[in-house]
Design a protein around this ligand. Sequence first.
Ligand code: GTP
Ligand code: MG
Length: 303
Amino acid sequence: MNAQELYAGLLERRPVAVAKSISLAERGGADSEALFNLLFGAPFHSQVIGVTGPPGAGKSTLVDRLVEQARKTGKRVGVLAVDPSSPLTGGSILGDRVRMQRHALDQGVFIRSLSNRGHLGGLSEVAYQCIRILEAAQFDLVLVESIGIGQNEIEITRMVDTTLLVTIPGMGDYVQAMKAGVMEFGDVLAINKCDLPGVGQLEKLLQDVAHDRAGDWTPPVVRITASVGEGIEALMDALDEHAQAAPAHAVRRHYERQLLDEMFRRALLRRYYEPLVKSENYQSLAREIIERRRPLQELWSLL
Ligand SMILES: Nc1nc2c(ncn2[C@@H]2O[C@H](COP(=O)(O)OP(=O)(O)OP(=O)(O)O)[C@@H](O)[C@H]2O)c(=O)[nH]1
Ligand SMILES: [Mg+2]
């Protein structure tokens, strides 16, 4: 299927088109770009939620519960698991598959782990392209689980409408260390594993951090126990409330603007810079300048 056919398939919500489009996005290349050009024109449709937090916090368990909750209200749900560390062998991805496999036969649910198989813009750009793929196929809710802490996690928060930060009791030190980060990027703060001791202490800490945050939105702190599905409804309400309070897709619009600039920069490089630098003209002039046979000024005459 070419880009045009894939796009038509997406608009018809065909699962095969979704799967093939995502594989194409991972591979990158000219067809992938052609598809993205088409995808860019599709209107915003999905509520996109990024689920972040340290390894083992229960993100996948929670995502599974959120899928279950959303299906009760008839929403179609797409799940993307972004794992920058392990392209193929990742144990956590395998774990995610097992955990979420009860939704495998549900036509209203699409689950996929993402890797970067040579895409120019890196994994985060693959992730955004995949969000757009699911959006074109009119999934109402898109959940993006990002594994690992650090740059990649923060990257993901830039391309979703709402960021859900998952913490667990005993993580006080992590929260202290991440204070600046938590203040910047959690729109909703969940405390998972509330069956374990130490919840009150963490809750107090998170509430303090949330109240210190600048801006109109104070991130709510919600207690959950994902393993038994406790607190999921209240959490979903908090996520919906954030989606309604924030200007529509403002975060994603801002990300898209930066993405456009970056794509334009790459196109310029490809079209003008690369041929020029490879030209015999440039190569010989550069050589002679280095050998001090010509002045550097002559280089600028090539512009
Ligand atoms: N006690 C308790 N354990 C939980 C709860 N939620 C999840 N777990 C367990 O925590 C472990 C990690 O859960 P995952 O859902 O894989 O965590 P994750 O954050 O997706 O992990 P990575 O993807 O590897 O970063 C599993 O053994 C879960 O069964 C909970 O509410 N209480
Ligand atoms: Mg996981």
